[in-house]
Design a binder for this molecule. Structure first.
Ligand code: KIV
Length: 296
């Protein structure tokens, strides 16, 4: 079997993301171009964000809350994540596709975690997985990397730790917790993670973490000094209900657009203006006399 060289392809790869590290320990910036990542959960939105030019599409376990209507990310299952990742795969042609390992799929030993992560690669076409947690995931990250499964880390506010943290709060606000976050990031990088999501951390601490690791940091609620940024697509589009955190800049009001469109449709049907004659099928002239039909 011969293998064609992959040069010239325009898919974003894990090495491409690694090469976008801004700076590390005083080294001059390799590139100034920040990494952009957005979540997607289905085929049409995946296609659109891919066409928009994001570097990474993440099938986040936020799927649980923003698409499936659960109250937290904890209930979403591996099968649900696989199902949505497959749909996203069909829409993504350029960006790197990363899938979130949901709660409970990497907590029962490394063998089980590798088996579950392998399903993301084999059955849904993900190029990498994301795992929440810092230093304590070191061994697991090394095992996955050894199994040729690239890993994105996730530290700071890790929504799967909801019960342990007692709520969604900004992390790393004391000297001790800030130091722990730097250690978490360094441990993940040492274990082989190719990038690290830093969520809800003071800007100053996220900047320190970014300087302290040789792999890109991707911030959400972590200020502009990270090597990249990520947002939940439903927040960006204005599709989420209720409270959104202050970092979740809304770029559109799609929720309002959908509600208004549906209300106009209901109104038009009741008024009899939908469907119009032009939006209706007609009998061909030759059949008009042969087929018993009502004159309209
Ligand atoms: O699940 C998710 O959407 C995430 C992002 C917030 C990074 O983990």
């Amino acid at each position: 079997m011969s293998v064609l060289p992959s040069e010239g392809h325009n898919r974003v790869t894990v090495p491409d993301i690694l090469s976008r590290k801004k700076f590390h320990s005083g080294q001059p910036p390799v590139t100034e171009r920040k990494i952009t990542m957005l979540t997607a959960y289905d085929y049409p939105t995946a296609r659109l964000v891919d066409q928009a030019g994001v570097d990474i599409v993440l099938v986040g376990d936020s799927l649980a809350m923003v698409v499936l209507g659960y109250e937290s990310t904890l209930p979403v299952t591996l099968d649900e994540m696989l199902h949505h990742t497959r749909a996203v795969r069909r829409g993504v042609h350029r960006a790197l596709l990363v899938a979130d390992m949901p709660f409970g799929t990497f907590h029962n030993g490394a063998d089980d975690a590798v088996r579950n992560a392998t399903r993301f690669v084999k059955e849904s076409g993900a190029a990498a997985v994301k795992i929440e947690g810092g230093e304590r995931r070191m061994e697991l990250v090394s095992r996955l990397v050894e199994a040729e499964i690239p890993v994105m880390g996730h530290i700071g506010l890790t929504p799967q730790s909801l019960n342990a943290l007692g709520g969604f709060r900004v992390q790393g606000k004391t000297a001790e917790t800030a130091e722990a976050l730097v250690r978490d990031a360094q441990a993940l990088a040492a274990a082989g993670a190719f990038s690290i999501v830093v969520e809800a951390v003071p800007r100053e601490i996220a900047a320190r973490i970014t300087e302290s690791v040789p792999v890109p940091t991707i911030g959400i609620g972590a200020g502009p000094e990270c090597d990249g940024q990520v947002l939940v697509l439903s927040d960006l589009l204005g599709l989420t209900d209720g409270h959104t955190p202050k970092f979740a800049r809304q770029y559109a009001h799609v929720g309002e657009t959908i509600r208004a469109a549906a209300a106009r449709y209901v109104d038009d049907v009741q008024k009899g203006s939908f469907p119009s004659d032009a939006e209706s099928y007609h009998l061909p002239p030759a059949a008009r006399d042969a087929v018993p039909a009502k004159k309209v």
